[in-house]
Design a protein around this ligand. Structure first.
Ligand SMILES: [Zn+2]
Ligand SMILES: [Zn+2]
Length: 290
């Protein structure tokens, strides 16, 4: 089959899969569409019942923008990019590079739960590292600014990010899966649902730190400081880069939680220049000075 046919076949496949998810025609544990909605509603109800910043309204600033981003990044963009990823997969396989060709550690013989745990930890680490790069290099930071343009924090801000972030996070995530030989990501849905839940909670207007587990799991207090407008001079490239796990920040000394009042100013210098409109944000970040 030629590349063009493969491209459209993959896109059609993703559209079909998304539609089958919406109409409950896939197994519940693979249903990211309704899974995302259920997790969002549960975390939103928790925000309403136990608000950290009590003066923040239920439909906070940019609530609907963020709600739209959730579906855009998870489904609409996923449909468009699936054709590109299919072409890359076929292109690399023609040169003998497949998902199993660089596996370094074979984990097929260990129990399933420990395979999933290793997958979760490795995936989280490569994302932590990618996130550090997004802050460290101006050319990447331009795209990441969209996520940091949140001025009032709530669960849906989790998935407000530029579509380029999907692309930028992808190489190391694929690499992590390739390295783990014998891992069939069939049960990976558990890892993904756990990651969505932790990510939603990290952005939620709920004061949670998980007690001593704060050294392992990222949490709303720690992540609020990731979004802080003002950072100490010695930390100008950012703090608290953790995605699901805070452990990496404690290990690499990028942790920073000076207090836990929850009322700090969010954003970044010049954040007033970020377009407010979703369609303008789609094209943001590609030119110098953005
Ligand atoms: Zn960030
Ligand atoms: Zn965030």
């Amino acid at each position: 089959m030629d590349y063009v046919t493969l491209f459209f076949k993959a896109i059609k496949g993703t559209i079909d899969w998304t539609w089958r998810s919406i109409t409950f025609d896939v197994s519940w544990y693979n249903n990211y569409f309704w899974g995302l909605i259920v997790i969002s509603l549960v975390v939103w109800v928790l925000e309403i019942l136990f608000p950290w910043r009590k003066e923040q309204s239920i439909f906070r600033k940019d609530f609907w923008l963020d709600a739209f981003y959730m579906f855009f990044n998870f489904f609409i963009f996923a449909i468009v990019i699936s054709g590109v990823y299919k072409i890359l997969e076929v292109f690399f396989s023609e040169y003998g590079i497949t998902m199993t060709s660089i596996s370094i550690i074979d984990i097929s013989h260990i129990p399933k739960w420990s395979q999933l745990l290793i997958f979760f930890i490795l995936l989280d680490f490569v994302q932590w590292f990618t996130h550090v790069l997004l802050h460290r290099f101006e050319i990447l930071w331009r795209f990441h600014k969209v996520h940091h343009s949140v001025k009032e924090m709530g669960f849906a801000a989790h998935l407000r990010y530029h579509w380029m972030e999907n692309v930028l996070y992808k190489p190391l995530k694929v690499f992590a899966v390739m390295v783990l030989g014998g891992f069939v990501p069939e049960q990976a849905f558990i890892v993904h649902f756990v990651a969505i839940t932790i990510g939603h909670l990290n952005h939620a207007n709920i004061k949670l730190t998980y007690g001593p587990l704060k050294y392992i799991f990222n949490n709303p207090v720690m992540h609020l400081y990731h979004h802080a407008y003002a950072l100490p001079d010695s930390r100008k490239y950012g703090v608290n880069f953790g995605i699901s796990l805070s452990f990496w920040d404690y290990l690499f000394r990028t942790n920073y939680i000076p207090e836990a009042g929850g009322k700090i100013l969010l954003g970044y210098k010049d954040d007033q220049n970020m377009p407010r409109n979703f369609f303008k944000q789609l094209y943001y970040g590609f030119k110098r000075g953005d």
